[in-house]
Ligand binder design. Structure first.
Ligand SMILES: Nc1ncnc2c1ncn2[C@@H]1O[C@H](COP(=O)(O)OP(=O)(O)OP(=O)(O)O)[C@@H](O)[C@H]1O
Ligand SMILES: [Mg+2]
Ligand SMILES: [Zn+2]
Length: 372
């Protein structure tokens, strides 16, 4: 996406905000990958500051995904002794010890079955089961947290659908047809378990709440409410706690993964996250939310490497690396790098986009200063 002239996107962007520089200052640690030459890359030397928001931009086919996903990511994983595909060729990698985990937060599905749902993926489901087991009604019935599991045969799950809430019918030569379970009406639990209520809701009702609704119901429980707040912060507060993760869209799955990363903070180690075009399909408001959220990860010490065309994201970076000058064999070089303000001085596609982003912003702030 190159934003020239007066397209609707360009106009929408002019109305959007440019964030002030993050003020994070010069980084003290850098990851340095030298001599990357997979696909069209021409011995690229890449330097990325640790603990910063890095954005990799460039025209389509210039080599962004190749450099980050086929070389940097597997090379870092290999250095950390993690399972990985073999990295594309490169000469050396330094500075990897500054991160302890390397993770790609992509749009791939979270699970293939309805056994994983946002509530389980966010790690709040165990807490919710304890809440139900602690109600007076559950205590009278002798129900423990296990009773409120839909993934365990020893729980109180519906036996007709084995706690999946739906029944999958195999069709030869056709995709499976899924129909709601008639025994539990999709509630996933048996009748006795559904008699227990918390704030008037059964455990089946809770699975039908959206994250936005649930964070109000459980506001007294920060360990439940905080992760749900993250979903809202990312613009996916409408997701139901019990929606099968296999049915989430790519963008929803990616944002759920991000939310889970921010909430799994207890045992958190400095992590480098790779994201390839996370704004795909998001409208402007959600792009802004995503940028704010990525900033929270950076502020707790994580490193982000985001492949992105979106001017707002590039403008919000601490460090920009632009590949080019063209696609295919005519690409594979770094044509600009530095802070967004520095790159804005370059006569490259990203430089021009940033220049117009900043000049609009500067005009607006001068006008605001005159009014004041
Ligand atoms: N597995 C491969 N084998 C051969 N060539 C490849 C392979 N993967 C990518 N390429 C080529 O390498 C070049 C860089 O591709 P890459 O996917 O890295 O571009 P990109 O900058 O991520 O583009 P886009 O913005 O369209 O995602 C392209 O010319 C592409 O055709
Ligand atoms: Mg790509
Ligand atoms: Zn059922």
């Amino acid at each position: 996406m190159v934003l020239e002239g007066d397209s609707p996107t360009a106009r929408a962007l002019k109305a959007s905000q440019v964030r002030p520089p993050s003020g994070r200052g010069e980084a003290t640690q850098w990851i340095e990958l030298k001599g990357a030459r997979a696909n069209n890359l021409k011995r690229v030397d890449l330097r990325l500051p640790v603990g910063r928001l890095n954005v990799v931009s460039g025209v389509s086919g210039s080599g962004k995904s190749t450099l980050i996903r086929q070389v940097l990511y597997p090379a870092l994983r290999e250095k950390l002794d993690r399972v990985t595909a073999k990295p594309g060729p490169f000469t050396s990698l330094h500075g990897a010890e500054a991160v302890k985990r390397v993770l790609s937060v992509d749009q791939s599905p979270i699970g293939r079955t309805p056994r994983s749902v946002p509530a389980t993926f966010l790690g709040i489901w165990d807490e919710l089961r304890r809440v139900f087991a602690a109600t007076p009604e559950a205590k009278i019935k002798g129900f423990t947290p296990t009773r409120f599991s839909f993934n365990s045969a020893s729980g109180g799950r519906c036996t007709a659908c084995d706690g999946q809430g739906a029944i999958s019918h195999e069709m030869s030569f056709l995709p499976d047809v899924v129909t709601p379970c008639e025994a539990c009406n999709g509630a996933r639990f048996d009748a006795a378990t559904l008699e227990v209520r918390y704030h008037g809701l059964t455990i089946g009702d809770v699975l039908r709440l959206s994250a936005d609704e649930a964070k109000d119901v459980f506001k007294a429980l920060p360990r439940v409410a905080a992760p749900l707040e993250c979903l809202a912060d990312l613009g996916v507060g409408y997701l139901q706690l019990g929606q099968g993760s296999n049915t989430l869209s790519g963008g929803e799955a990616q944002r759920l993964k991000l939310a889970a990363e921010l909430t799994a903070s207890a045992r958190h180690e400095p992590t480098l996250y790779v994201l390839d075009e996370p704004t795909t399909g998001l409208h402007l408001g959600d792009v802004e939310k995503l940028i704010t959220f990525m900033g929270r990860l950076v502020d707790r010490g994580d490193t982000l490497v985001v492949i992105e065309h979106h001017p707002s994201v590039i403008g919000a970076a601490d460090h920009v690396v632009e590949l080019g000058p063209d696609g295919g064999e005519a690409g594979g070089h770094i044509v600009a790098e530095g802070s967004p303000r520095e790159v804005a001085k370059q006569k490259t596609p990203t430089g021009r986009v940033l220049k117009s982003l900043f000049s609009d912003e500067d005009t607006r702030s001068r006008a605001a200063a005159r009014r004041a």
